[in-house]
Design a protein around this ligand. Sequence first.
Ligand code: SF4
Length: 378
Amino acid sequence: MPPLPVNREYTLLKPAAQRLGLHPFDIPMLRNSVPYGGRPPCMQCRWCVGFACEVNAKCGTQNTSIPAALATGNCELRTGCMAREVMTDARGRATGVAYYDADDRLREQTADIVIVSSAAVESARLLLNSKSKMHPAGLGNRYGWVGRNFQGHSYSGAYGLFDFETYDDIGPGASIAVCDYNHGTPGLIGGAMLANEFIRLPYQFVGTAPPGVPQWGRGHKDYMRQWYRRSMAVQGPTQEIPIAESRVDVDAKVKDFWGLPVARLSGGKHPKTMETAAAMTDKAEAWLKAAGAIRTWKKLPGKGTSGGQHQAGTCRMGDDPRVSVVDKYCRVHDQDNLYVIDGSVHVTNGGFNPVLTIMAIAYYAAERIVKLRKGRGV
Ligand code: SF4
C-alpha cells in the first residue's frame, strides 16, 4: 500500500529535515491507506491514539491473521479465557495448557506443541507460574533468565510552538520520520527513530504544556486557545540497553481474580540509555527549530523501568542456554515442543517500534514449526 496522504506537519518538517542534511521518509503506519483485505482505507480522523478505529483501517491480529486462520478451518478461537499454567509431564515436557474458560471453569487443553504469545509481561508471568517438580523456578527458567532484561522504549523528544498554524485536523498525524540517529552517533549507544507525533486531542495537548503554564483557569485557557493549533511534537523510541535488574517476576502474596500470582515489575534504566535519550531530545529540538518553532522544550523519560508499551526482552533469544531463554527459532532451550513468540524474545528492541520485528520473527519461527511438524520433528 502507498503511504497515507501527507498532513501539514509533514510539509513543514520534510524541508526542515533536508536542510539539516537528514533523510526523511514516509512512516509505514500499519493502517490501510487503500482498500485492502476486505477493509476500507483510513479516513484520517482525529481519534487515532487511544481509541478503536471506527472504519477498521488499523491493523491488528483481530482483523488480519486471526480471521485468516479461522477461514482455513484449522483454527478454533476461545475468547475470554485465562491461561493458568503450561502443563508438563513427569519428564518435564510440555503437554498442554490449563486455563480458565469464559465461565471461569478450569479446563485443560492437551497439545503436541505449545506456543506462548502473551507479550513480555504475561508470557514471563505464565512461564514463572508454570512450576513443577522438574521446573521448580518455572518453565524455561533453569538459569533464572525468565523475566529479566525487561525493556520498552525511553520515549524522548521535544515540543515546539509556532507563530503560524501547524494543525490541519488530519489524522493519524504521525507521517514523517528520520533514522539518521539510530546508530553511529559518536559517544552514544544506540539511538532512536524520530518522528512527528500522532494528532492530539485537546486533553492530550494540555498534558504536554511547557513548564509554568497553569493547569486551570484563565492562564490555562489562554494557552490552549493560542497554541493548540500552532504546535508540533517530535519524539522517538530511544533504544534501551537491556539490564538484568529490570525484570518481571511474580508476587508471592498478591493474587489475581483466579488466584494466580500477579506480575511484579521492578528495576530501572541503564545510565547510558538516559544519555542517549537526552541526546535525542537535542536532535528533536533542532528539527523543530529548523521547521520554524519559536519556542521549544524537551521531553525526557523517567529513570524507572519502562514497558508500558513496546514491552520486550523477558525471554531473550540466544544460543547459550545459560544466558538466554529461547533459541533462534523461539524454542525454549530445555524443551522440544514449547515456544515463546512475541516481543519477549527481543534481546533489544532497537530504536524502532517493535511490531514489524515481532511479526518477522513470528513468521520465521512459524515456518520452522511447520517444517518440523511435517517431518514430525516435534
Ligand atoms: S486516523 Fe486512525 S482511527 Fe482514524 S480512520 Fe485512520 S486509522 Fe482509523
